[in-house]
Design a protein around this ligand. Structure first.
Ligand code: PLP
Length: 381
């Protein structure tokens, strides 16, 4: 089996699962309980928070646990919009965001908020200049992703942050879900950013756990009412085992991060250079610095993306159409559409997404299969 669908989700790491199991069995108390089992669980929770904060360069009290990227994005966007509604109802985002951002924006539009969707250029990047031009007196929030999940373009977070330096009252949110652990912190961690979203299952932690960064002094309106377990802002009994497992997964991820990214980039380079040698193909992910090392989006022209995915699947090789969220719905890639890619080309797009465990041998085997599949479809076409 070759698993090249790591941007959809990653396989849980064996030792991370062991942490999860040990925490479930030995730290099962409710962190809010007053007795010593509760205290033990509380200590594990806070130790995990400290570890995550330290690994990310945040303060422990700036780390708030969530159920993952979708919740983080929904909460930061709506929580900010509701909190600041008296100051304005204008929000700026981009036209290539994940559905958890897009659909949060659409819900806010129904509630009377006004949303500006920044365009992207041919390579899938937004421009800081467009951001500056879109800012209004009533703008309360800017929300942009760090790494696009469909083609891997890295957005100019620092440039946008410098624009926002002149507007201290506008909150800045960055969806870092696809960026964490890819040795590109220097491209998207910026002191001007007020909120980041992260999700554990993208880096070998269990599903259904994540965290947000919430800069000291910033506020969000709670979306979930209840006991207020997380800073009186997010309610629900904490998922202590998954949180401890996520802290462990992050520690492993950050170990030798540069070397792992270099390995992924080498495999990505090999694949892209090979696809470029094949006729009737397009490659959307580039080998330049403004692309992440793990995502390769390409087409075999004239063949629908889902056909290519299933043809690989028949050979025990797992890739996806452009994103896991849109693939089942048969939707055209929203990112490629925003890049003005003709629909006929965009519907052929598939995504290979690597992790640090993928090997040279796997890539060689993948390329051999790609050649055969490509040739097969050339004959059919
Ligand atoms: N944001 C981006 C950029 C993503 O790629 C994803 C998942 O694919 C999410 C948010 C949602 O994360 P989760 O699956 O943890 O809800």
């Amino acid at each position: 089996m070759i698993y090249f669908d790591n941007s959809a989700t990653t396989k849980i790491e064996e030792s991370v699962l062991q942490t999860y199991n040990a925490a479930s069995l030995n730290y099962f108390g409710n962190p809010s309980s007053l007795h010593k089992l509760g205290l033990k669980a509380y200590e594990l929770l806070e130790t995990s928070r400290k570890q995550i904060a330290q690994l990310m360069g945040f303060k422990p009290y700036e780390v708030v646990f969530t159920s993952g990227g979708t919740e983080g994005n929904n909460w930061i966007i709506k929580g900010t919009a509701f909190k600041k509604r008296e100051f304005g109802k204008h929000i700026i985002t981009t036209s290539i965001e994940h559905p958890s951002v897009m659909n949060s924006m659409h819900q806010l539009e129904e509630l009377g908020y006004d949303v500006t969707y920044l365009p992207v250029n041919k390579t899938g990047h937004v421009s800081a200049k467009d951001l500056k031009n879109a800012i209004r007196d009533d703008t309360i929030l800017v929300s942009t992703m760090a790494v696009n999940n469909e083609i891997g373009s890295v957005q100019p977070i620092h440039e946008m942050a410098r624009v926002l330096d002149d507007y201290p009252n506008i909150s800045y949110h960055v969806d870092g879900t696809q960026a964490i652990g890819k040795n590109i912190d220097d491209k998207f961690i910026d002191p001007r950013v007020d909120f980041y979203t992260f999700s554990g299952h993208k880096f070998h932690a269990p599903r259904g756990i994540g965290f947000i960064y919430m800069k000291s002094g910033k506020q969000l309106e709670p979306l979930m009412a209840g006991g207020g377990q997380e800073k009186n802002l997010r309610s629900g009994t904490e998922n202590t085992p998954a949180i401890a497992a996520m802290a462990k997964a992050l520690r492993l991820l950050k170990d030798d991060e540069a070397k792992k990214a270099e390995k992924m980039l080498k495999l990505k380079t090999e694949l892209i250079e090979h696809i470029q040698s094949l006729p009737n193909t397009h490659v959307f992910s580039k080998l330049t610095d403004d692309f992440a090392p793990h995502i390769i989006c390409f087409t075999i022209d004239g063949v629908r993306g889902e056909t290519v995915v299933h043809t690989f699947e028949d050979r025990d090789i797992y890739i996806s159409t452009t994103s896991a969220c849109s693939s089942k719905k048969g939707l055209e890639s929203s990112t490629l559409k925003a890049m003005s890619t003709p629909e006929k080309v965009a519907t052929s797009a598939v995504r290979v997404s690597l992790d640090e465990n993928n090997t040279e041998a796997e890539m060689k085997e993948f390329i051999t299969n790609l050649d055969q599949i490509h040739e097969h479809f050339q004959i059919l076409n």
